[in-house]
Design a protein. Sequence first.
Length: 450
Amino acid sequence: MAPVGGNGGSGAAARDQSGEPSIQPELKAKLFRGVCLSWFFAVVAHTLNLQSEAILIRNACGGDLAKTARVVSNCNALAGILGIAVNQVGGRLSDSLGRSAFYQLGPIAQLLAGAMVFTNPGSLAALAWSKVLRGIFTTFSGTVMGSAGMRDCFEGQELGIKTTKAGSIIGLGIMVGPVIEGLILRRMKAGGERASYAILALLGVVNAAVSLQMPETLGKAKRATLDLAVVLRSGSPFGFLRIYSHGTAALKKLATVCVFQSMIDGKTMSDLTQIWLREHLKLSLEAIRNFVVSFGFLSVLSGAKLTPALMRRMSVRGFTTFTNLTNIIAFSLRGSMERSAVFFGVLPLMLPGVNGASSAALGPIVNAECVASGFGVGESSAWLSNLRAMAGVLATLIYGHFYAWCKRRGFYPGHTYAIAGLLGAAVPQALLSLAVGPAELAGGGAPAGT
């Protein structure tokens, strides 16, 4: 287990093989609280402008829904591609320099992104780059660094349950962001969309103050030697392929399952959902806000109570299969007709595996296999995030362009949700059932090629 950084441990504390104090409960608790707050503010930053961003981009596209869908999918794809280099270089640097400084990058990006659109609300370029900037650095400082910090402090089932509980804060963020945006849009009949970006910039300042309190979890004795040539080489967009060239047999299979599951993450589906709610279900601003808040509340309950309870009572294979099947059913039905009752009625089926929870039981095994493969925690966290980013790039391009193709050709665009269910639930379940053996779900690191 990773050692305490400069903030924890006394002279009498237990020490690991490196000679540094072992992780203390106080440091674990402080890190867990910090990650929860960091993820909360990251999700609020993402949901604070959901409707405002959709309205401004649609207006900048002249009301053309097909163009709007292409623009948002291309922005998500660009953020994913550029984020690969940032994640890999930053992850590698964090293995040498420690984690704490890198938590600041997301808040700084939120500040810049908010200021960019606030000063140029009618510019499609400003809107696009604001979306890309947030996508890159919020993911890095939140997902990559937060996951690395958690892996420094926790392992095994404890890591899985702590990650799931921290992930439940995502639901709280989903609730708070739209409420703030709804208040702004309702009280400011003109210019409310622009004002929401001023709040985004302010949120970046608050998040920066929170990030400054994050403890260091990687002790100096555990840090890799800083080699700038190696760091620069790690920026290769294909660095994460080392998972497949140097990883254990189990890692290759399980990482692939998790990557496909991420193709229906909330951030991947959010742009399509905003278009569907507004243009197909014809919901008002208040109704969309109420839906997002309700979904967030249910996600909090699910992440805090339902998912951990299922993980304790079910095997890794059983939990993963159950959540994949509920996602298959939910996404197959969700867009089957333009009716609010159908769209909302499938939410209970989505809750056990929502927002990446379907891979929660596999996560600790994947992390153990990364260690068994000899990969650094920060570096492998970046690689795993980049695999998900590549899946997100592919998914958003498929969903956005398939939706646009349906609109142009006169086909029913709701089939896009069925495509999402196929890629994000049916395919990973087939891989799990056909390719992953019982021993590979036990963890421990079978050598590559076995």
